[in-house]
Design a protein. Structure first.
Lengths: 239, 235
């Protein structure tokens, strides 16, 4: 059996139908060797799918929404499957607070559609400086200058970039936290079990940042800056 | 009282059919052997690892940080055994009096927001520990076996329902909050305002030229320019 080339780190919160959806998307990619790593909330503890050679499942409390789930999946990936060169972050985004939630999700998921998948995989192979790939329209930059950001998370971002020594040359990030990233970047940053340690700092339950900054929403940005602060670039792909 | 009971399996030895015999397996892990615990982790996160299990750690006082990080991933496994309170069960090879180590482990897992039921092995009821295979226990004392299995099954089903109820209540709370927020934030008006300012206020001749440009760029069908029954855009 050839080795796995891609790992999908998928946080499934709402409905197990989300897993069937991801399986369908993986099946559409046919000959690609893809491992699915999936985090589920405790409500699915009794009906979680079985572990397979190409599918792994973890059950956990709702801490830090999809970011908390992805951090444990990063820990699992780096502990057991760190040789898989590329990983893809996804989650079952719903955004009930916005009518445009489904529209946004469809846009973010384009990185898994066969034509985009081929182009991104090729770009990673040919461009050694490419660190993150995302769908077009989701690369945002909130930086205002003088260490300030146009978000309620501004102050907290300053604290966390200093704490984790993340100093990117620019402050572009992938809004929605669905993107491709080189596993080597995660391996370089989340050493010595840092991923579960970061998870302990995230907020529990539902986390919104429309009024106050949250550590969870800061990590939505920091996950992208891990790549750019290591000298890699983020590229958008139109699909 | 009938308790949970386990097959004890030293991870340096083969499993020998202990898995899947209807009795959870308590893997005895040496706290200093991180490579073996990593291999066990790989086993449980494979197609062969889908059976109920828990970890019994020998000499937890000397546990390396790597072992403790591996333990976390065991606890997140869907088949990991849970106590009656729904906490992951964790057996420690130490005396009940070694409260310092127990406290250390509890604190470590609490920092992960993971409440773990730390049980010293010395405090286990002898009925909890079953070294042989499930088949011989079943034939020797079928009533004990079936009652104990049913007891554990019903307790875990009860815990599962309590956990599911808590999680669903939390989810209802989240959905209510998001819908309230949706009511406060009028996104439709915002989009309509954006549309008016970016497009509607342009002169009519400019907008019409724009539609011709879309046809030239292949973004709109040519026939839709003069036939309203034709499809304008691809989905």
């Amino acid at each position: 059996m050839p080795p796995f080339e891609y790992a999908i780190l998928y946080h499934n919160f709402y409905d197990l139908a989300g897993i069937a959806d991801i399986r369908g998307r993986i099946a559409a990619l046919r000959d690609r060797r893809i491992m699915l790593l999936c985090s589920l909330p405790e409500k699915f503890a009794a009906c979680a799918p079985h572990q397979q050679d190409d599918e792994k499942f973890v059950i956990m409390r709702n801490i830090g929404k999809d970011i908390g789930g992805k951090l444990i999946l990063i820990h699992l990936l780096l502990t057991l499957y760190s040789e898989i060169p590329y990983c893809i972050f996804l989650h079952d985004k719903r955004s009930y607070q916005k009518q445009s939630g489904q529209f946004e999700k469809d846009g973010l998921y384009k990185i898994l559609e066969p034509p985009a998948f081929r182009r991104i995989a090729e770009a990673f192979r040919t461009d050694p400086h490419l660190g993150i790939a995302c769908a077009k329209g989701f690369l945002k930059n909130e930086y205002l200058g003088n260490g300030r950001f146009a978000t309620p998370n501004s102050q907290l971002l300053g604290v966390l970039t200093a704490k984790y020594n993340i100093h990117p040359p620019g402050f572009g990030f992938v809004a929605g936290t669905m993107f491709w990233i080189r596993t080597s970047l995660l391996r370089g940053f989340f050493r010595d079990g840092l991923a579960p340690e970061v998870r302990t700092t995230l907020e529990t339950g539902n986390v919104l940042d429309h009024e106050h900054g949250t550590v969870t929403h800061c990590w939505e940005r920091l996950l992208s800056w891990i790549a750019t602060s290591a000298g890699f670039k983020i590229k958008e792909f139109s699909c | 009282m009938l308790n949970r009971f386990y097959h004890f399996h030293d991870i340096s030895e083969p499993l020998d059919g202990k898995a899947g015999a209807g009795i959870p397996v308590a893997h005895l892990v040496d706290a200093r052997d991180s490579e073996s615990s990593r291999q066990l982790l790989g086993h449980h996160y494979s197609a062969e690892g889908n059976y109920p299990f828990c970890i019994a750690l020998r000499d937890p006082g000397s546990a390396s940080p790597e072992i403790v990080r591996h333990l976390l991933l065991f606890f997140f496994h869907p088949q990991y055994e849970r106590s009656e309170q729904g906490k992951p069960l964790f057996l420690c090879g130490m005396g009940a009096e070694e409260t310092e180590v127990q406290d250390y482990l509890r604190d470590f897992f609490a920092a992960q927001r993971l409440t773990v039921e730390v049980t010293p092995m010395s405090s286990l009821d002898p009925a909890d520990i079953y070294p042989g295979d499930g088949a011989s226990l079943r034939s020797r004392d079928p009533l004990f076996f079936s009652t104990a299995v049913e007891n554990v099954r019903l307790r875990s089903e009860c815990n599962r329902l309590i956990a599911a109820q808590t999680a669903l209540q939390e989810e209802i709370g989240i959905l209510k909050e998001l819908l309230q927020l949706s009511g406060k934030h009028d996104e439709v008006s915002e989009i309509l305002r954006f549309y008016r300012n970016e497009y509607e206020i342009l002169p009519l001749w400019y907008k019409r030229a724009g539609h011709v440009l879309k046809v030239i760029m292949g973004k709109r069908s040519f026939r839709s320019l003069y036939d309203k029954t034709k499809k304008k855009y691809r989905d």
